[in-house]
Design a binder for this molecule. Sequence first.
Ligand SMILES: NC(=O)c1ccc[n+]([C@@H]2O[C@H](COP(=O)([O-])OP(=O)(O)OC[C@H]3O[C@@H](n4cnc5c(N)ncnc54)[C@H](OP(=O)(O)O)[C@@H]3O)[C@@H](O)[C@H]2O)c1
Length: 270
Amino acid sequence: MTSIYGKYILLTGGSRGIGPIIAEALAARGAHIALAARSEVGLLATANNLSKYGTQTMIVPVDLAQTSQQQSLVETVMISFGRIDILINNAGLETEGAYLDLSWEEIQKTIEVNLLAPMALTYHVLPHMLERREGHIVNIASVAAKIGAPYAATYCGTKAGLAEWTRGLRLELEGSGVHFSTILPGYITEVGMFAKFHLKSPSLLGSTTPNQVARAVVKAIEKEKLETFVNSSPARLLSVACEISPSLGDWLKKVMGVVEFQRKKVGKRL
Ligand SMILES: NC(=O)c1ccc[n+]([C@@H]2O[C@H](COP(=O)([O-])OP(=O)(O)OC[C@H]3O[C@@H](n4cnc5c(N)ncnc54)[C@H](OP(=O)(O)O)[C@@H]3O)[C@@H](O)[C@H]2O)c1
């Protein structure tokens, strides 16, 4: 069991959505947290909320879609904290829409923030962790990593990439002292990129609360869990079906209402 108490954590996506809730769960366990995102106002609000725990908090306004800012984020936190024990790649964006209705810039930005930024931050943080022979990298992927959904193909692609990249790296660095966890939430209620649509997810796909995600992150770190689905079981079974038989998976996605639901979401965006 790894203790979170006293650990120095870099959390991206700390300005809104589930990031502030994950940050609070960690600060409540005695972690010092560097919060990164673009919105300084959002970061300050999160930092303000964490002050009651008496741990160290710093904010780093950063645009993770800019390659040059990815390395400088790690350097800035290393200078202030002196170390990064845990990196949580949580920042992300979903680009809803029919593939050809999206601009190429939107697609590139989604890949940069969801996939390349976690890879880059890990690239820059890993040497320090390997030198100390300890560290933990938590990647917030999504059930979408396992269930390719229409009108969110780019998002699903980035999350699938993130999940499989984590699997590969984890095995490569087995025994190094650095641990990797992937969190796979389903549709999250209350806050975040799905809640903003004010739509109810298909009942067979279930949903999850922000607190459940935060608890999953805590447990992943404390118990060095490799992958955690944070959703009700039908979605997990659907992901297994998609693996075993892609045609069965596609059929189930239609029957379970995934396709119709994704269309509705796009309709809300337009
Ligand atoms: N909500 C869900 O239903 C759901 C389900 C499964 C997985 N997830 C995953 O959970 C994570 C958090 O999602 P959420 O629902 O909390 O989303 P959200 O409410 O949209 O928040 C996204 C976070 O990422 C940051 N971010 C976005 N673009 C950025 C950029 N270019 N540079 C730096 N930071 C950036 C945002 O901050 P700024 O705007 O201030 O930059 C914000 O803090 C994501 O990886 C998402 O894919 C969410």
